[in-house]
Design a protein around this ligand. Sequence first.
Ligand SMILES: Nc1ncnc2c1ncn2[C@@H]1O[C@H](COP(=O)(O)OP(=O)(O)O)[C@@H](O)[C@H]1O
Ligand SMILES: [Mg+2]
Length: 393
Amino acid sequence: MDPRTNPYAPGAGTPPPELAGRDGLIEAAAVALDRIRDGLSARSLVMYGLRGVGKTVLLNQMRLNAEANGLVTVPVEAPEGRSLPAILLPSLRSSLIRVSRSEATKAGFKKVFGILASFAKAFRVKYADIDFSIDIEPEEGIADSGDLENDLTELLRSIGEMARERGVVVSLFIDELQYVKEDQLAALITALHSANQRKLPITLFAAGLPQLLGLLGKAKSYAERLFDFQFIGALAPEFAREALVEPARRLNVEYQTEAIDQIVQATECYPYFLQAWGQYCWQVAEKTPITLEDTQQATEIAIAQLDSSFFRVRFDRLTPSERRYMRAMAELGPGPHRSGDVAEILHRPVNSIAPTRSSLIRKGMAYSPAHGDIAFTVPLFDGFMKRIMRLEN
Ligand SMILES: Nc1ncnc2c1ncn2[C@@H]1O[C@H](COP(=O)(O)OP(=O)(O)O)[C@@H](O)[C@H]1O
Ligand SMILES: [Mg+2]
């Protein structure tokens, strides 16, 4: 069919044509923000799940909704290897500048900008990746002790107090939070905890891979009470259908029931895969309705494409021993698996492959859902591992 009108949108953080099955989560986020605005308690939201389930899309949608309701949002992405101060400072500054523009009196802001400046000055040496300047005198003695936990707490407190005076809510939206290092994560938790105890209108919405859960708990044991953790998984089958059918219907294109069933089965209802399959179905089909034959052909193309891109780029980051480990996991199925069972497939003692297991977790390729367990962070990766390499004996 016409490639110009193909509605599907596979990508990272690309808004889908139909955001299916997430109304409950979006509503819960809106309720939390309204409560905070009204001076009531609400926990910060942390969404965790595998790659391609729609965490970034959700975070962006929640942020747009918050902005539409007049909240001050601070969007931050945590790339691998950057420090928290370096990624936080520029976003804080531009968000605060936007609020200060709509304000009659600028006095309170001057102080907050001064504190941002002193914070940046205090950490410029420790975190060499800070690239931040602000044309304002540092506010001496606040947020500049050089102790991140202390200074971030003071920084967020001053922002929270300014927000309260003006009757606004400030929300941080941090994506890929699992890449923030443990001591910096601990500082962030402490700062939010302190703001929370003072009932300041400042809050966090975050997303990350499943290991985020363990990382937050390890950084501060009370993290599990401070945050509302939400697992983001594959869609329920009825919503997977909706994600495919609705965008097509708007363009007067239908799917045969067997065709949809086949996609639901092949994608296991993972959002990224649904978009990819939808895109290829549209490409392959000549007319409406899209048939089982079309979807079977689309499945072949989709798998070949994923094998050479989405899966492949991740495979390429692995060392030979990591590949052997992942291949042994795949032999056991989609998972999660016991590390002991993986060791058995490899004919190796568990201890001797523990370093490989750890490096896979650090790279975000695998995670440990429970003590002694190991699982893939990319859905359907087991099938790919089996296609790309043979099990060595
Ligand atoms: N609820 C949904 N329904 C349909 N497609 C979705 C949904 N959520 C996300 N997607 C699609 O899935 C893909 C991955 O989304 P993304 O937010 O980048 O995932 P993650 O951040 O979890 O890796 C995107 O192409 C997006 O359009
Ligand atoms: Mg993402």
